[in-house]
Each structure stands twice: as C-alpha cells, then as structure tokens.
Design a protein around this ligand. Structure first.
Ligand code: AMP
Ligand code: ZN
Length: 119
C-alpha cells in the first residue's frame, strides 16, 4: 500500500492547508497552486492530494487519478486564459530531470513564448 501522506513533505503540508496557500483550482483528488519561483507568467503546479513520489509511482490502478491530474491541468490553462496562445504541461521524474520536490506534480507553463527544446 502506497503511503497516502508524508508528514515531512512540503506538498503534503500545502495540500493539508498548513501554510494557507491559495488553490488556483482543486478537485477531489488534486489541488493547483502557483509556483513559488515562476518560470513563466503562468506557472501553476497540479499536485495530487495523495503522496506519490513521482510519475514513477503511478501504476495502472491509479489511472483515474492520472486522468484527473491532466484534466485539472487543462482546467487551469482555461482559467488562466492561455489556451489560445498555447501552454506546456510537464513533470520532472528523478535526478536527471531535475526533480526537486518528491511529491508528484505537473507544471502548467504559459503566457510567453516557451523555448522549443525539451531538454
Ligand atoms: P520540480 O523541480 O519539478 O520538482 O519542481 C518543484 C517546483 O516546486 C519548483 O518549480 C519550485 O519552485 C516549486 N516549489 C517549491 N516549494 C514550493 C512552495 N512552497 N510553493 C510553491 N511552489 C514551490
Ligand atoms: Zn507529499
């Protein structure tokens, strides 16, 4: 059984409302928060309420959660008014990808021309 929450995890604490962080959007399974160090005019993180370390822990039985996360990312983009101009959704998985917070999250980036490269 995967742990549902980690008392030392910053995103678990944000999800629990410990810091009063505003949720840009939320669903039964996830919340969306503004990145503390935004890399674009819109930089929102879609964070599952449940603690999963990274995409690597998402299994087939989590398919509903995975769908919910992407649907919430798309909702955030609509709310932010960046659908027409375009936006990027990504997750960093592990050290080589530069993951720094080990609680799964999707970045929603937009509001400026993003670089063409993927790494
Ligand atoms: P990653 O490198 O993919 O793990 O992304 C982690 C992201 O979380 C970074 O873009 C950080 O700026 C962001 N971040 C870290 N702490 C917080 C926080 N307390 N509130 C909002 N964003 C945060
Ligand atoms: Zn966590």
């Amino acid at each position: 059984m995967v742990e549902q929450t980690d008392p030392d995890c910053i995103f678990c604490r944000i999800v629990r409302g410990e810091f009063g962080t505003a949720f840009v959007a939320e669903s039964d399974t996830a919340v969306a928060i503004r990145d503390i160090q935004p890399q674009a005019p819109t930089h929102v993180l879609v964070v599952p309420r449940r603690h999963l370390r990274s995409l690597d822990e998402v299994k087939s039985e989590d398919r509903q959660l995975a769908g919910d996360l992407l649907a919430l990312a798309a909702q955030v983009a609509r709310q932010e008014g960046i659908v027409e101009s375009g936006y990027r959704v990504l997750t960093n998985n592990g050290p080589d990808a530069g993951q720094t917070v080990f609680h799964l999250h999707f970045h929603v980036l937009g509001g400026r021309r993003l670089s063409g490269g993927l790494g």
